[in-house]
Ligand binder design. Structure first.
Ligand code: SF4
Length: 373
């Protein structure tokens, strides 16, 4: 694209945005707190799904002081269903730093923003350009797609070389006079017009100089390098059920290890390295040892086994079986927390467990599964 085409794109992009932009709450503010919240949520999900989380989050924590003061467990509960829970934990941590170190005002320097947990180059550029109108380009997936097509970049955009080519070409079309608006406009253009599967080339103001369109590459670009191999994980969740103070109780486990779902709650879990039937697992050494450690007599217990649940995470496929059993009250130590079964849903749970605990009548579900000896 020559400089005339670049100037044409710059001008027409802003005109297109003025006419087509969606009315979104974070576009009505220059407050870096709201911009930050929206950007972190949008890294997780689409605008349509992210909106309800944005409203929930900003209504519950209307300022960074509210978020900094919050209990991490409540923040994770609000985030439930979005995935990548480390992002919610980082937000909570960063809110505390911004309050303590910067009196609740986000710094307006790239370097200082990058020192905050969970804020990388993309989010820093978004905060600085949207809130402070600083001249920094934001390169999200939508932007990469538009630029890769306009300039027919054939290097995979998820590699260092590909990204650097995207950024180099983006600088040719970037509008330094209104960086915040330009960034919003090109992201919206990617989301609404130069779409992943159905780019609207016939009605595009850039079709006269778009290289991908000229070479009929618009359905092929951008290229991406193959993803990391997916790992299968096999989990057994145990739900002991006992009555205490007239309530049906169980134990939850707070996940502290550096693994999936860190700081969320789940049940007592065991993992096997390969596919194992529940019947075989119940006879395994590791499980027998668990029963012995907790003075539970295997012969006195009926186990209730759920169907096999499959759950996909990035790079991991989980295969999960829930097994409940009725037992006299147990006294398990840390990290297990005794809780009435009816209160399990009040804890921040991974999506899989949230779905499971929402199964029709969860209490009965736990008690009415097929007994196996
Ligand atoms: S012509 Fe097609 S591929 Fe090129 S920018 Fe427009 S919509 Fe995207």
């Amino acid at each position: 694209m020559n400089s005339k085409a670049c100037a044409h794109f710059r001008q027409n992009l802003i005109d297109w945005y003025d006419t087509h932009k969606r009315d979104l709450p974070w576009r009505h503010t220059r407050d870096p707190y709201f911009i930050w919240v929206s950007e972190i949520i949008l890294q997780q999900t689409t605008v349509d799904q992210g909106l309800s989380y944005y409203y929930k989050f900003t209504n519950t924590y209307p300022t960074i002081f509210h978020l900094a003061d919050a209990d991490e467990k409540d923040v994770l509960k609000l985030w439930q269903g979005l995935g990548y829970y480390s992002r919610a934990r980082n937000m909570h941590h960063t809110a505390g730093i911004v309050v303590k170190k910067y009196n609740g005002h986000f710094p307006d320097s790239y370097k200082e923003l990058l020192e905050l947990k969970g804020i990388g180059p993309y989010t820093a550029a978004a905060i600085l350009s949207f809130a402070f109108n600083k001249s920094l380009a934001v390169t999200d997936g939508n932007v990469m797609r538009v630029v890769a097509r306009l300039f027919a970049i054939e290097k995979p955009v998820n590699t260092t070389k590909g990204l650097s080519e995207v950024n180099k070409n983006l600088s040719h079309i970037f509008d330094t006079k209104q960086p915040g608006t330009f960034n919003q406009a090109i992201m919206e253009f990617g989301a609404q017009h130069c779409k992943v599967h159905k780019p609207l080339c016939n009605s595009c103001f850039a079709k006269d100089y778009c290289k991908a369109y000229a070479d009929n590459l618009q359905f092929i670009l951008p290229l991406k390098e193959a993803k990391t191999k997916t790992l299968d994980r096999y989990l057994f969740y145990f739900i002991p059920l006992f009555v205490e103070n007239n309530s049906l109780c169980t134990y939850l486990n707070r996940r502290t290890a550096k693994d999936i779902w860190q700081h969320l709650y789940d049940f007592i879990s065991f993992e096997t390295t390969r596919k194992t039937s529940p019947q075989n697992f119940l006879k395994s050494k590791i499980f027998t040892q668990f029963l012995a450690d907790n003075s539970i007599k295997r012969s006195a217990i009926d186990f209730y086994i759920s169907k096999l649940y499959h759950h996909k995470l990035t790079h991991r496929h989980l295969h999960v079986t829930f097994i409940s059993f009725v037992t006299p009250p147990l006294e398990l130590g840390q990290p297990y927390i005794k809780t009435p079964l009816s209160q399990v849903k009040d804890y921040p749970l991974p999506k899989l467990l949230e779905n499971f605990s929402n199964e029709k009548d969860f209490n009965n579900f736990c008690l009415n599964l097929l007994p196996v000896r």
